[in-house]
Write a new protein. Structure first.
Length: 297
């Protein structure tokens, strides 16, 4: 089949705390699209004043975190008239602003952990989680199990200098479900080796096990897939995303967040789920590009 465009710029790197991961995602996407006959130029984005190669017909965003997932880059590409992958500026912004996203989940009756805007001195019964309102890859997440841990977590949160939220801690198992088009991919159970699924566990080889297909009941699998699509749609997301869950001891799932530019290295979670669904890594990249051009939800 003929490719719908020829010249693709893969935007990688970026200016967020997730720059190194974004470089890996971009390299993987560029290699995959090149293997399919696209003429690919890799663009290392080091500032908001980045330039695209002349003749660029499609920008494949591979930037995670700030100025990648938060809608600002999407708006710049819209203003330049350059098609790009995934969700638009507003859906990207809302998904990145976790409290706004949770309000959308609640309105759509998508179960999510209770949360509120945090400030020093706010009292919540433990256990709970402190996390930045707008950040990715579990950067700056503090789990507070006991009252004696409150002061240290509060001090470290204030030192980060960004807006924080407080969230009910769901004790249980963690899962993630990719959404492609209007369908959910097979769920993946995430099992960190001790601790929790923080930045180190995400990006250190052997620190976490990923089970796909997840060893769960058919009923829970159906619930997770259905809720993933509902969460994706509740935020107005398009083309693809990855939805993160916690499932408690009563087998009740809670949506944590929606990632609009999920990791896309060949060993990332969305590609793992796509492989389980019978799709190669290159086919997944191609599908994302084509769905984006078609404007499919």
């Amino acid at each position: 089949m003929t490719n719908p465009v020829k010249n693709v710029a893969v935007l990688k790197g970026g200016i967020s705390a997730e720059r190194e991961v974004s470089l890996r995602t971009g390299a993987g996407v560029a290699k995959a699209l090149s293997s399919l006959g696209y003429f690919v130029t890799e663009v290392d984005v080091t500032s908001k004043e980045f330039q695209l190669p002349e003749g660029t017909e499609f920008a494949f965003i591979s930037l995670h975190g700030t100025f990648g997932e938060d809608g600002e880059l999407q708006q710049i590409l819209e203003n330049r008239g350059v098609p790009y992958n995934g969700s638009g500026p507003e859906a990207s912004r809302v998904a990145f602003e976790k409290l706004e996203a949770k309000a959308k989940f609640e309105k759509a009756k998508v179960p999510t952990a209770k949360s509120d805007l945090w400030h020093p001195g706010l009292f919540w019964k433990t256990p709970y989680v402190l996390k930045p309102v707008a950040q990715g890859s579990s950067v700056g997440v503090f789990r507070v199990f006991e009252e004696r841990e409150v002061a240290k977590a509060s001090m470290e949160a204030q030192e980060m200098g960004c807006e924080f939220m407080i969230e009910e801690m769901i004790i249980g198992s963690e899962f993630t479900v990719g959404v492609l088009g209007a369908e959910a991919l097979p769920s993946i159970e995430i099992k960190p080796e001790g601790g929790f699924y923080d930045y180190q566990h995400k990006y250190t080889a052997g620190a976490t096990s990923y089970l796909c297909p997840a060893p769960i009941s058919d009923d829970l699998e159906k619930q997770l897939r259905s809720l993933a699509v509902r969460a994706h749609q509740a935020l107005g997301c398009k083309v693809y995303s990855r939805v993160d869950f916690m499932v408690n001891a009563q087998q009740e799932p809670f949506v944590l967040e929606v990632n609009t530019i999920p990791g896309m290295t060949e060993t990332s979670l969305l590609p793992k789920a796509a492989i389980q669904a019978g799709m190669t890594y290159a086919q997944l990249c191609d599908r994302i590009l084509k769905l984006s051009l078609e404007g499919k939800v």
